[in-house]
Design a protein around this ligand. Structure first.
Ligand SMILES: [Zn+2]
Length: 317
């Protein structure tokens, strides 16, 4: 009866081909004027979404690139100075290859696409009059995976914060972790950054980490170097070391909760300090928090008669 099986198989294949939906390519999606919202499943005009800082009416937060965030909704009058990435910082010390493609070629393509020197945009400016150094992780830059270059860029920004004794360092996180292409050179970012954050603390500089979505691996660990950690909205997701997809694959047979790794859930479990209702309110709320903390810091400084903490990060990097 093989002929019946073959006939059935060819009929099923023909039906599949007839109703097959062509998925638009990434390039087609980038070039389209419209985007589908995963929160409410509505088609949104990209221009309208941009005017609302990439937040849908249903409160779904789309990614926001650091340059737009800094210039349009964070620094006073949209003005800031970019902190340069050290030229010598090598993103590919191992000359890594992925298949027959050189990693450095991919990395250079990310730089061209984002217009950034590394996956981090480091900047200095004022926010409601406070002196702030901010780091923005750009997910469009290879998932903001941190190579040795990103690590040195962060250190350069933190050294500047120490030298100029700014009021606070604010980091907007969104990253898949330490780049596997760099091996130990990338993993070194974790202890060095933790030590650098400790030096900021010692110098009385407030550190605040704000989580977008998709923060996993070593970057999620490093978030804990901050004095305070917030999610930019309650629906920020994939905020755990391994992320939802990987955690599900190693916990076969155990159904993960629907809100696994979601901001509202990890706030309830005490893993971070809180979640903003929307990225729209971050600027005002963290300004108030920093002011309260600095006042407390001033009193403590007078009592302990300590001042001018001078530290050099080159000694730890
Ligand atoms: Zn929506």
């Amino acid at each position: 009866m093989n002929w019946i099986k073959n006939l059935k198989k060819s009929f099923v294949e023909k039906v599949k081909q007839t109703f097959k939906r062509e998925r638009p390519s990434r390039k087609d999606q980038d070039n389209s004027l419209w985007i589908n919202c995963p929160g409410c499943n509505q088609m949104l005009l990209k221009e309208d979404l941009k005017r609302n800082f990439n937040v849908c009416k249903c409160t779904h937060h789309f990614d926001l690139d650091p340059k737009t965030r800094f210039s349009e909704m964070f620094f006073d009058d949209g003005e800031f100075e970019i902190i340069e990435c050290p030229d010598w910082a090598d993103p590919d010390p191992l000359n890594f290859k992925i298949g027959d493609k050189k990693f450095i070629d991919k990395y250079n393509a990310y730089k061209k696409k984002t217009g950034q020197q590394s996956a981090i945009l480091a900047a200095k400016g004022t926010v409601n009059g406070l002196n702030i150094i901010a780091f923005g992780y750009n997910f469009q830059h290879g998932g903001a995976a941190l190579t040795q270059r990103e690590g040195e860029h962060l250190i350069a920004g933190i050294q500047r914060a120490l030298d100029e004794k700014v009021d606070a360092v604010v980091s907007f996180y969104q990253s898949g972790g330490m780049a596997v292409t760099g091996n130990l050179n990338s993993l070194k970012n974790m202890p060095v950054q933790m030590m650098a954050m400790k030096m900021l603390k010692k110098a009385g500089i407030v550190t605040i980490g704000i989580c977008g979505s998709k923060i996993t691996g070593g970057t999620f660990c490093n978030v804990y170097g901050n004095d305070f950690i917030f999610a930019e909205n309650p629906k920020s997701e994939n905020l755990l070391f391994a992320g939802k997809r990987v955690s599900a694959s190693v916990n076969k047979g155990h159904e993960l909760p629907q809100d696994f790794g979601q901001a509202s859930s990890i706030v309830d479990h005490g893993m971070i300090d809180g979640a903003f209702e929307s990225r729209m309110e971050i600027r005002e709320k963290i300004t108030n928090l920093i002011r309260v903390l600095l006042k407390k810091s001033e009193i403590e400084t007078k009592a302990e008669s300590t001042s001018n903490v001078k530290v050099d990060l080159q000694s730890v990097s």
